[in-house]
Design a protein around this ligand. Sequence first.
Ligand SMILES: Cc1ncc(COP(=O)(O)O)c(C=O)c1O
Length: 399
Amino acid sequence: MKNKEEFATTSIHGGYASKDHHGSLSTPVYQTSTFTFETAEQGEARFQGEEAGFIYSRLGNPTVQALESRMAQLEEGESGLAFGSGMAAVSAVLLYMTKMNDHIVSSKGVYGCTYGLMEFMKEKYNIVTEFVDLTDERSLEASIRANTSCIYIESPINPTMQLIDLEMVGHVAKRHGLPLIVDNTFSSPYFQQPLKHGATVVLHSATKYISGHGDVIGGIAVGDRELMGEIGRSTHKDLGGILSPHDASLLLRGLKTLPIRMERHADNARHIFNKLRNHSEVTSVFFPDDPTREDYEVYKRQMTGPSGVISFQLARTKEEVQSFMNELKLIKIAVSLGDAETLIQHPATMTHAVIPKVEREKMGITDQLVRLSIGLEHWEDVWDDLEQALKKVSEPIRK
Ligand SMILES: Cc1ncc(COP(=O)(O)O)c(C=O)c1O
């Protein structure tokens, strides 16, 4: 994709031609589990891969295929696979990439359930994940072993919003012949396209910005045709965590407004970030579009916008942080992100609660940290709500 104009058009038209669907403007929902064959021989030819065509919706469905194709175009990859959740995408890709006794190098900080999956893989198959400080090339080099099978990262990392230099990690991965998997959920392809920076597979919890409306759970992975074909024929098809045609149609609809929504999320978030960092109750704010950060140069190089997530800390006890959250009126307490509504959550007791406290704190997830997903409301209304709740928290101290 050359520019934002082209991205906007692809987000609406990519992967779908109405002339192939009776002129239907919107992608029809092929709500069917199976597809009929004209003859037994045709069924055999489809199963043999000698004739193109659909067989059974777990193996492929026209509505889902339109989404896979549009997402592949938006990520500038060759081929996409849709999943029933972001975690179905993460698990299908990681299980495909590893075998017993392997080693995974991961960013120091991943989504709680991804961490949970890695723990499960360690217990069941002795696949050990090492969480490495990937801001330093030497520590990445030093962590690679003979049995390392892949590098798995999030950037920005959920919820600390730290960035990883994709180009640097991509070069190291290439030098060692290792696939690099990047969870791009927090940026969406609108603000970051990891395949261009050396990733082998990019994946998403499509539940978030891709949907944008908080009404779908879904996942996407994009990579080259051969690799996606192999994942499609193994952990996608046989583990079976596929996306329903109806949910694919909601995600296709969500994609049509992705560029507009991302611009608004980012604008709103910049306003809220500036307010938060000047508030006396707030001790630190984590947001990629911050020129004072060490990784700002990485931000400028690999992202074209910050998306809408901001994390911040209050110098308060866990209970006081929770009572601040309870004071919010417009902002909803909920996990997930990327929706039209502004959401707040407490990672230490919610999304990252499965990670042991010591490990969590190494990742920067303290009891004082809250994560905000800035929505599409008027930002001043969001700020007014935050400000009144922050004021209530400081009141007992003033008395
Ligand atoms: C960065 C990241 N990756 C993956 C997931 C998992 O996605 P899902 O909830 O759609 O399974 C999440 C969910 O919050 C996430 O934040």
